[in-house]
Write a protein that binds this ligand. Structure first.
Ligand SMILES: Cc1ncc(COP(=O)(O)O)c(C=O)c1O
Length: 488
């Protein structure tokens, strides 16, 4: 069996195609502007279209189907669909296929693509709050018990739940107890959808957490480009069991993908699936050995039931100035992190970083020996770190608002909010109005206010207070205004 069916078909076509009388117009690189052509090199020849033998992503019957089947077999799924529009499109498709016009349990935290999916599917979110850990300054996905009790309450109330949607791992690398979620959701006859955008490498060795297909999830979305060797925008979505309709999933994804999907991206997906089966495990073992120096700090050990992706490093700082200070210190040596925000610094080491590079990072940050129990925020000083007391004061203000966000009451479905006219007003003028956009303070980067939520006096007051405490807030413009529905 051909192990790289798309690459093989492309190779054959590139050799045969003497006179391309079809799009794309650059004619296999001949017409590309020079500097760009040099960067792209011979790969430009592969940028083809649906020619004979190259199959069609929207009706795969040949090399694309064969490649998807190889991927499905690797993960143990019944079906794998390729996305050339990242996990964003796949998440939206999964929500649309499973919960069109219905209610869906949405575990906090979740990525923006889930909200977009709610808009597309015209679904109704039922929030399931996660747990924010003030020691580690990061979110932990909801406990299985909280899922169980929510589903029980909803069943007793007669609410028809179309799906449970969870994110695992989180951006900072916390891996949720997905097998427990699957067992609970299935007991209530509800499919489990998992956004595993950051976990396509899971299961490569026993030292990595298992992937969510192995944990029993019904639909699993993974960005290939985030943790596997794939070009940006490559992703795939796996399905198993009969709880989510295969055809509905295909149709929903088709709606969201270009009718001219890039063959460079399809070739990259094909190469990634072959890599998983040929070199993946050896490379994962090597990566775990090379990055061992990252895993010496006690605060990285997650609470029982949770795991952590060992190939990323979360450094909690508790202040934006501190995080930026650390990121700038690294950048001066040509080292760029994934992000630095008011909670901390996230660095993605992944499968291809050497021990020497890890050593440089550890040394530049002076990480060795720091422990949470030793009051690391103060010890890492010299970078404008927030004193512990200040972090705690901010925490208190935030917790007050968190109470309102814990079970937000939405008066409009996400789709209706999206379609409605809006205007910008100051928080004081927003009392009694309906939020048109999410308001997201940092830390911890999770919405306090969701589109469709009524802004009560208490919420607006707390919002004002949190702003004064120096939070960095997304969803509030430079003039301090928030978006609300309707025009005066
Ligand atoms: C948790 C999560 N899900 C989904 C996405 C969207 O993935 P993609 O960039 O592949 O569209 C992201 C992107 O950062 C993410 O962090």
């Amino acid at each position: 069996m051909d192990q790289t069916p798309i690459l093989s078909a492309l190779r054959e076509m590139v050799q045969k195609n003497r006179l391309p009388l079809h799009v794309p117009g650059h004619r296999q690189g001949r017409g590309l502007p020079e500097e760009f052509a040099q960067w792209l090199g011979p790969a430009a020849k592969m940028d083809l279209t649906e020619l004979p033998g190259l199959d069609n992503l929207h009706h795969p019957e040949g090399c694309i189907l064969a490649s998807q089947q190889l991927t499905a077999a690797y993960y143990g799924a019944e079906q794998t669909l390729y996305s050339v529009n990242g996990s964003t499109a796949a998440v939206m498709a999964a929500i649309t296929a499973a919960a069109q016009g219905k209610s869906i349990v949405l575990a906090v935290p979740f990525h923006e693509s889930a909200w977009r999916g709610m808009v597309l599917a015209d679904a109704v979110p039922i929030f399931l709050p996660g747990v924010f850990d003030w020691g580690r300054l990061e979110w932990f996905p909801p406990t299985p018990d909280s899922l169980e009790s929510l589903l029980l309450r909803l069943t007793r109330r007669g609410t028809d739940v179309a799906a449970v949607y969870v994110t695992s791992p989180t951006y900072t690398g916390v891996v949720a107890p997905v097998a427990r979620y699957a067992e609970i959701a299935h007991r209530y006859r509800v499919p489990l959808l998992v956004d595993e955008a950051h976990g396509a490498h899971f299961g490569l060795t026993d030292l990595l957490p298992p992937h969510s297909v192995a944990c029993g999830a019904d639909v699993v979305v993974q960005s290939v480009h985030k943790m596997l060797p794939g070009l940006t925008q490559t992703a795939w979505m796996h399905r198993q069991g009969g709880r989510v309709d295969a055809r509905a999933l295909e149709l929903a994804l088709r709606l969201l993908l270009s009718t001219s999907p890039s063959y460079l991206l399809l070739a990259s997906l094909d190469a990634a699936q072959a890599w998983l089966r040929s070199e993946g495990t050896v490379q994962a073992d090597r990566a775990l050995a090379e990055t061992a120096a990252l895993r010496t700090q006690g605060w990285q050990v997650p609470p029982p039931g949770y795991q952590r992706d060992p190939l990323r490093h979360w450094l909690p700082t508790g202040s934006l100035a501190a995080s930026r200070g650390l990121a700038e210190r690294l950048a001066r040596s040509g080292i760029y992190v994934e992000y630095a925000d008011a909670q901390g610094v996230l660095s993605v080491f992944g499968l291809f970083t050497t021990a020497q590079e890890v050593g440089e990072y550890v040394q530049l940050l002076g990480l060795a020996g720091y422990e949470l129990s030793k009051n690391w925020r103060v010890e890492l000083d010299g970078l404008g770190h927030a004193p512990v007391a200040q972090v705690q004061a901010q925490a208190n203000a935030w917790q007050e608002l968190q109470e309102f966000a814990r079970a937000p009451h939405l008066v409009l479905r996400p789709r209706r909010v999206w379609q409605s006219p809006r205007e910008l007003v100051l928080p004081k003028q927003a009392v009694g109005r309906v939020a048109a956009e999410a308001v997201i303070p940092y830390p911890p980067g999770i919405p306090l206010i969701y589109p469709g939520q009524v802004l009560t006096e208490a919420i607006c007051h707390a919002l004002d207070k949190v702003c004064q405490d120096g939070y960095d807030i997304q969803g509030i413009d430079a003039m301090g205004q928030v978006a609300v529905l309707g025009k005066k």
